[in-house]
Design a protein around this ligand. Structure first.
Ligand SMILES: *[C@@H]1O[C@H](CO)[C@@H](O)[C@H](O)[C@H]1NC(C)=O
Ligand SMILES: *[C@@H]1O[C@H](CO)[C@@H](O)[C@H](O)[C@H]1NC(C)=O
Ligand SMILES: *[C@@H]1O[C@H](CO)[C@@H](O)[C@H](O)[C@H]1NC(C)=O
Ligand SMILES: *[C@@H]1O[C@H](CO)[C@@H](O)[C@H](O)[C@H]1NC(C)=O
Ligand SMILES: *[C@@H]1O[C@H](CO)[C@@H](O)[C@H](O)[C@H]1NC(C)=O
Length: 503
């Protein structure tokens, strides 16, 4: 600075010009960054939106109905056009209704709307993860121990653990055991390698986090570490079926574990999600907002940090992504969970079909109501039906015909085979189970409106991945829905495998 001043002493006007130009440039760069995310440096090869074709297909960020709202991969609002040229985000396509949109509108930087799921945070975290994994940074891990449960429970716990890891600057890693499939069966990990645990974890530090512990399923006793585990190095965080996890919404999560945040390994298991709560935590809310992650999107953004559907999932589900990529169609998803009994096998008979249709009746009725409310004259309508019961899928296709898109061949098996379908254990069967769970969940994200089963997380998580707000209906069998009153995410996330708290 003194050098500049000395040189230009005779020309104060020019000094001011230089200063002003510099400031303006800095300001412009900062503003433009809200759009293009070049600050801080973008690491090459890591881009959540890199595969534009597939992302577009998966449609997660696509605007719903209008053909000219130009959904830009990388955010429905990429480019700051939340309400598109035709205002399609105003509810008709089951996307952002006006009050949700207003909330999102607040996330601006000098008038430019911040993109949803900005990449810069992901890039920073990916670098941290790589440094820890390669030993360039001291070991600082959060290891997620698999839960003996289905995909929805495991995934909602996993995304919660991811956000805890991000906030406490730990590398996340997943560990599986027994017959439970690993996430690698269905996911590629495009940004950081979390699919393997760090080497050398002592079994004593892991076993107490397992749902089946000391040979007892859902063991309810003490889960603290035996003296063989060095408490300065390992910390257990057992959250399975935990009712009260209020601390995630009220404490500073940068300090995890709170009493000894420097502990190198946090070993954790969880089947209950809190990603909404974490993004809504007053200590971290501002960070999430600045990074384009409102609470309603925290599950979605976290999921895509972790997982990209792998080749096996893509190969099978392409048949559904194709028709659902029709942006002119009105797409309604129905997730009808009938119960774990079906995993042991179902007989396809007329009586069974009639019973399945009767069981699903209120869901079909709700979907019809949503269709009647939103269908434009001449518009194509698609009902995508997701159900654990193949009998229900077959019966629905027979009854409702062409507008039904569903898999009439697939018999699902549960990824917790020991508990649900002991005859189906074995790696290829378990891997396939995870691929279909993930594939059908992601496919469910492609629709405009979601009619889901209250006591199940499967449809709800698909809905959270959709990037649409205010488009959910939750029913128990026999309950009615009011098509004009979809639930906001902040309410829907209160149930099983939700992202806030247990019912
Ligand atoms: C993007 O996805 C398509 C399939 O949908 C795949 O063929 C292609 O290899 C992917 N591209 C990249 C760069 O991952
Ligand atoms: C937007 O931000 C302002 C100022 O912080 C706040 O008063 C207002 O309630 C916010 N709007 C919404 C819809 O959250
Ligand atoms: C426990 O771990 C700490 C931190 O790594 C180490 O300093 C200490 O020596 C260990 N204690 C035992 C008994 O190994
Ligand atoms: C949260 O804790 C971290 C680590 O101790 C600290 O740096 C940060 O300032 C705290 N945040 C707030 C808002 O107190
Ligand atoms: C819009 O969203 C807000 C907040 O998510 C919710 O309270 C409101 O009921 C929704 N309105 C409609 C018409 O869906």
């Amino acid at each position: 600075m003194p050098a500049v001043a000395a040189k230009t002493t005779g020309q104060p006007g020019r000094v001011w010009l230089v200063v002003l130009t510099s400031l303006t440039t800095v300001f412009l760069v900062w503003c433009l960054d809200a759009l293009f995310e070049f600050l801080p440096h973008r690491s090459p090869g890591i881009d959540i939106y890199g595969n534009r074709t597939l992302l577009h297909r998966v449609g997660t960020f696509a605007a719903a109905k209008s053909s000219d709202a130009a959904p830009v991969p990388g955010g429905a609002s990429s480019g700051g056009k939340l309400s598109g040229s035709s205002g399609t985000f105003d509810g008709s396509g089951g996307t952002l209704n006006s009050s949700a949109a207003a909330r999102y509108d607040n996330m601006t930087r000098c008038g430019v709307r911040i993109r949803r799921c900005r990449n810069d945070w992901l890039h920073e975290y990916s670098r941290l993860h790589a440094d820890i994994a390669a030993g360039r940074a001291p070991p600082r891990w959060l290891v997620s121990v698999a839960v003996e449960a289905g995909l929805a429970d495991r995934l909602t716990g996993m995304v919660t653990q991811l956000w805890l890891a991000v906030l406490s600057r730990r590398a996340i890693a997943a560990l599986t055991y027994g017959d439970l499939p690993g996430f690698g069966a269905a996911c590629d990990a495009p940004h950081f390698d979390w699919l393997q645990p760090p080497p050398g974890l002592p079994p004593d530090a892991v076993d107490p986090l397992k749902y089946t512990y000391r040979g007892v399923r859902g063991y309810g006793g003490d889960r603290s570490y035996p003296p063989t585990v060095n408490g300065s190095e390992y910390h257990p965080l057992y959250m399975i079926n935990a009712g009260d996890l209020k601390w995630m919404e009220t404490t500073n999560l940068s300090r995890l574990p709170e009493k000894r945040p420097e502990t190198p390994y946090v070993i954790s298991s969880s089947n209950r999600g809190r990603s909404y709560a974490i993004a809504n935590n007053p200590y971290h809310k501002a960070t999430f907002a600045e990074r384009g992650v409102p609470p309603d999107d925290a599950f979605m953004c976290g999921f895509f940090w972790l997982c990209w559907p792998n080749a096996a999932v893509q190969a099978y589900y392409q048949q559904f992504w194709e028709p659902l990529s029709d942006r002119a169609a009105l797409k309604i998803g129905l997730q009808i969970r009938t119960g774990d009994g079906v995993f042991r096998g179902e007989a396809v008979s007329d009586a069974a079909k009639a019973a399945a249709l009767a069981r699903g009746a209120s869901y079909f009725e709700c979907a019809q109501g949503v269709e009647d409310l939103h269908k434009l004259p001449g518009q194509r309508v698609i009902w995508f039906i997701n159900s654990d019961s193949v009998v229900l899928r077959i019966a629905a296709k027979e009854k409702y015909g062409d507008k039904v898109l569903t898999d009439t061949a697939l018999k699902m098996v549960h990824p917790d085979c020991k508990g649900q379908n002991p005859g189906a254990c074995g790696q290829s069967s378990m891997d396939a189970s995870f691929q279909h769970s993930l594939g059908s969940m992601i496919t469910f994200a492609l629709v405009d409106y979601h009619v889901v089963t209250v006591d199940s997380g499967f449809g709800r998580l698909g809905s959270y991945m959709s990037g649409r707000w205010g488009n959910d209906y939750e029913l128990r069998p026999g309950e009615k829905c009011d098509p004009k009153a979809p639930l906001p995410k902040s309410t829907t996330n209160n149930y099983f495998a939700g992202v806030r708290k247990r019912a």
